[in-house]
Design a protein. Structure first.
Length: 316
């Protein structure tokens, strides 16, 4: 009989073969954690009980895991179990019963946003003699200038995604297509690092590989980026460190404070789960989102009347 461990790793192998490296990574973390708890890599699906799954949840709590992390592990373990059941692997109780008494939802987290004054302070920081920190600072600012684009999407932008000074890309998380006009300050940053990426299909010098090697390179780059943001936070006197998502939350918060409609903010960020907001999406075009973005950027830079042609960015 196939063990939970061997079946899970067959799914991990399949995910890697189809380019779903993030899914493979989550499955790997989940199954390794579960086997550490069970202390038995020969465990089979028919040995699972609701009580055993509940004990696994308690084990994760004692490890200091956050509720959303525990929920992610439970959802992944449940997904593995569902797929096993569909293939006829025997269970003593249904998969629904196994996970009936554990948390598989989402606990809202505190969204960290910083005011424009903090971002302005970061932008004015003299980092000429610290190129690595300077690059991470510029990536943070670029994320803000491009309507809160996440680091994962920035890293995967390709030169072919830029047409007529507008970036057209698919979000890595949702596969939703977004378009964002390259405003002058964003264009300055892109031109600054253009030469470093001239031999790469990617727009920025973050990734140089694709496939599984590229995924590992991305994870490493994200860790380094967050480490640099922590150091930059201390340099500007912040008690709470900046993270890769602060730029995104800060753009949204600033837009709201500047009077931008919530529905337009939602579309600008590429949110797809807000059904009520999506009723209004068809009424907004990219010009409206660009106008909103310029309004947000003007809170950081006083020269809000700077001519748009100064920001034109070309990849060739």
């Amino acid at each position: 009989m196939k063990t939970i461990y061997t079946y899970a790793y067959s799914l991990i192998t399949e995910a890697k073969q189809t380019g779903r490296y993030s899914t493979a990574g989550i499955y790997t973390s989940t199954i390794n954690s579960f086997i550490r708890f069970a202390q038995n890599d020969e465990l089979t699906f028919d040995a699972l009980t609701p009580g055993f799954i509940k004990k696994y949840e308690e084990y994760l709590l004692t490890e200091g895991r956050r509720h959303n992390t525990i929920s992610a592990y439970m959802r992944m373990l449940r997904s593995i179990s569902y797929q096993a059941a569909e293939q006829g692997i025997p269970f003593k109780v249904s998969v629904e019963e196994l996970f009936e008494f554990v948390f598989t939802g989402y606990e809202p987290t505190v969204k960290r946003a910083v005011p424009p004054a903090i971002i302005r302070k970061l932008a004015q920081l003299d980092l000429d003699n610290r190129p690595a920190l300077c690059f991470s600072r510029d990536i943070f600012l670029l994320s803000f200038y491009l309507r809160g684009i996440p680091f994962v999407d920035l890293a995967h932008l390709r030169k072919t995604d830029v047409k007529y000074n507008t970036i057209h890309y698919y979000r890595q998380k949702t596969r939703q297509q977004l378009s964002v006009y390259i405003e002058p300050y964003a264009g300055q940053i892109l031109r600054k690092y253009q030469k470093r990426a001239e031999d790469s299909p990617y727009l920025l010098p973050i990734l140089s590989f694709s496939g599984e090697k590229g995924y590992k390179q991305y994870k490493s780059a994200l860790r380094l980026y967050n480490e640099h943001l922590h150091r930059l936070s201390k340099m500007i006197g912040m008690n709470t460190p900046l993270t890769s998502y602060v730029a995104r939350h800060s753009w949204a918060t600033t837009a709201k404070e500047e009077g931008v409609a919530i529905s337009l903010i939602s579309e600008s960020l590429g949110h797809t789960s807000e059904k009520v907001t999506h009723v209004y999406l068809a009424s907004f075009n990219n010009n409206a989102m660009s106008k909103a973005n310029r309004k947000v950027i003007a809170t950081i830079h006083s020269d809000k009347n700077r001519k748009r042609r100064n920001g034109i960015f070309k990849t060739a």
